[in-house]
Design a protein around this ligand. Structure first.
Ligand code: FES
Length: 640
């Protein structure tokens, strides 16, 4: 397909995908004010090959000569085989906004406002109030809820028939007195297990007005999704409590951003919510218990229409909640949002998206094919279950370099080191690997000089002193090895399924708050990411949150987000017979393949590997306890 005068683009889409969705998928904007519902008649495209018989909607919208020339409504025309078509330029040039991973999004929100000066009724014109309004909205035929008819009566008369119709996609959600077209807002929510982020958007400008984040109020029920689900086993009333808690978090955040932006909650006409499947199901009051047991069925890959009120979000009472689909139990709508924001499905070149977290989501592919899986990485990257681990806050060592035998630390806030966060852990291991203090199998090695003097013991575990009491222990290195092997096994399997070598990936997109701070070099050094040059590694920040914004800003992008589900192939790693072997190969910290040593403290594949599939955050596995070890500090050169 091509935009008129533009370069032809090609996409492979599932049979039955509409031309509207196919164009959106490739980032080609098609005129629309109904979001592909067949009511605005704006989405005209010219089919040049691959005959598409006119639909009834085409017949009603287009003249005979236009039909004969191949013109069709893109949203009513399915691609049933090879189809070539031309998309005419947009009649109005919408604003563009930068969003996602350096993407330029044309601002075409679903929320539209139309100021109307209606003729008052008379004996000569006794049309119904609603007909009077709908006749004035000549290019859309919206659905109308009863609540709007109820309000129309009084508001039309109180404003002398000068009203603003508020449309969300193909739904008339309100009629307001006077001209309110300058004010239309929406709220994008990334509903994370740990953190919830809300962004208020001005749909007129496409710009964010205010952003706020808070810890998910469900935290007392456990740090990970399996702990939250387990709460339901013990107490069936927990479902209501969990729902109430996350609603409170969402209401608090919505209140904060609207107050900061000077926006009334009823001016928020639409919300989008992305999150992992468990969080979304809990927020909607759906029992997520089956997600924790094989075969891990989800309630619905595409949830039915929901409203902001279903999430406890204070907004316009009719405000829809836009939900992206979820490919599988542990690859949710947040991953789809990340894929949308990163544009991974837009090009023909293979790319990799890794959203690092306790449950890490991995997507590999291009516009031709997308494969996705979940890898249980555990909490090491969040500084949890690391002996001196902490979250990335003031006092956390976030960077480690070794220069001429001297250890240099980057500490958040610049004060005295208090612990080690995820990026610091990766940096420390990479630096010690380079310095020869760790071998490729992650085992501490005796060395001479100032670095050797920092080798010590922490209880039964060998350790390296980064700063006085802040130690990196053998146990921590093992934790990191397990986490990175889990993730690397994930992208290795997906690349193999796609028939490519990891080094062929044209970009590696690291998403998630942790992914923003990790050093490219260190991540590659320990094999967390494939061996690609630095300039192919991209930090995407909170890609899920960006995706949630994009679906509010652009109807074509929303269509692409919905259509992308058909392209996702969810790979259940736990069923793959080669997984143990791949995982074992990835335990090494050096990306060059080496034979595995016959050592008792090298984690065995079954003993150490995190179970693929859902898991509760596991307690760290201890290496074998050496006899009569002194506690730290230890004299350099002790046998171990
Ligand atoms: Fe096709 Fe509106 S009629 S997008």
């Amino acid at each position: 397909m091509s935009s008129e005068g533009g370069k032809p683009k090609r996409a492979k889409v599932p049979a039955g995908t509409t031309l509207f969705h196919a164009a959106s998928w490739l980032g080609i904007a098609v005129d629309s004010s109904c979001g592909g519902h067949g009511t605005c008649r704006k989405c005209r495209v010219q089919v040049v090959s691959g005959a598409a018989a006119p639909s009834d909607a085409d017949g009603a919208a287009l003249r005979e000569d236009a039909l004969a020339a191949g013109w069709r409504l893109a949203c009513r025309t399915p691609a049933l085989g090879d189809v070539a078509f031309v998309v005419p330029p947009l009649r109005t040039r919408p604003k563009a906004a930068l969003a996602g991973v350096g993407r330029r999004i044309l601002v075409q929100p679903a929320v539209q406002k139309r100021y109307l000066e209606l003729e008052p009724p008379s004996l000569e014109d006794q049309r119904a109030d609603l007909d009077r309004l709908l006749d004035a909205l000549d290019d859309v035929q919206p659905r109308v809820p009863l609540a709007v008819v109820r309000r129309l009566r009084g508001r039309a008369r109180a404003s002398d028939w000068r009203v603003t119709a508020v449309l969300c996609d193909d739904l008339l959600i309100d009629v307001e007195e006077g001209d309110t077209t300058a004010r239309r807002f929406a709220l994008a929510v990334d509903l994370g297990t740990t953190t919830v982020v809300a962004t208020l958007l001005d749909l007129g400008t496409g710009q964010p007005v205010a952003t706020a984040s808070a810890l998910n109020g469900q935290a007392p029920y456990g740090a990970d999704v399996i702990s939250r689900i387990s709460a339901l086993d013990d107490d069936r009333t927990a479902l209501a409590a969990l729902r109430r808690r996350v609603h409170e978090t969402l209401a608090q955040l919505a209140g904060e951003v609207t107050a900061e932006g000077g926006v009334a909650s009823r001016e928020v006409y639409e919300v989008s919510v992305v999150g992992n499947v468990t969080m979304v199901e809990l927020a909607l009051g759906i029992d997520p218990t089956p997600l924790s047991r094989a075969p891990f069925p989800i309630a619905a890959r595409r949830l039915p229409e929901a409203r902001a009120a279903d999430f406890g979000i204070p907004a316009h009472p009719q405000a829809p909640a836009i939900l992206l689909p979820a490919p599988g139990a542990y690859v949710g709508s947040d991953t789809v949002a990340g894929a949308l924001a990163s544009g991974i499905a837009l090009g023909a070149e293979p790319r990799l998206l890794i959203d690092i977290g306790t449950n890490t989501e991995i997507v590999v592919g291009s516009s031709r094919r997308l494969l996705a899986c979940a890898a249980p990485a555990g909490p090491a990257f969040e500084g949890s279950h690391v002996t001196f681990g902490m979250r990335a806050t003031d006092g956390a060592i976030e960077g480690v370099r070794i220069v001429g035998g001297e250890v240099r630390l980057d500490v958040i806030g610049g004060g005295t080191p208090a612990g080690l966060c995820g990026s610091g852990l990766i940096d420390a291991v990479a630096a010690l690997l380079d310095a020869g203090v760790l071998d490729a199998h992650g085992r501490f090695v005796d060395v001479d000089g100032p670095l050797g003097e920092r080798l010590t013991w922490h209880g039964a575990a060998r350790a390296f002193s980064l700063h006085n009491h802040v130690l990196l222990t053998q146990l921590d290195v093992r934790q990191l090895q397990l986490a990175k092997a889990s993730i690397a096994a994930g992208w290795s399997v997906l690349c193999a399924d796609l028939g490519i070598e990891p080094a062929q990936l044209t970009s590696v997109i690291l998403a998630g708050s942790f992914g923003t701070y990790v050093s490219t070099r260190s991540a590659r050094r320990i094999g967390l990411v494939p061996p690609v040059p630095d300039d192919r590694i991209v930090f995407a920040g909170n890609a899920a949150s960006e995706g949630a914004k994009i679906v509010l800003l652009s109807l074509p992008e929303r269509a692409a987000g919905q259509a992308i589900l058909a392209a996702f192939e969810y790979v259940e790693l736990s069923t793959r017979p080669e997984l143990d072997e791949v995982f074992l190969a990835q335990l090494d910290l050096d990306r060059r393949p080496r034979p595995l040593p016959d050592r008792t403290d090298t984690p065995a594949p079954h003993a150490g590997r995190p179970p693929f599939g859902p898991r509760r955050t596991a307690a760290p596995e201890l290496p074998p306890k050496p006899p009569n070890r002194p506690s730290c500090p230890r004299i350099k050169g002790d046998p171990h």
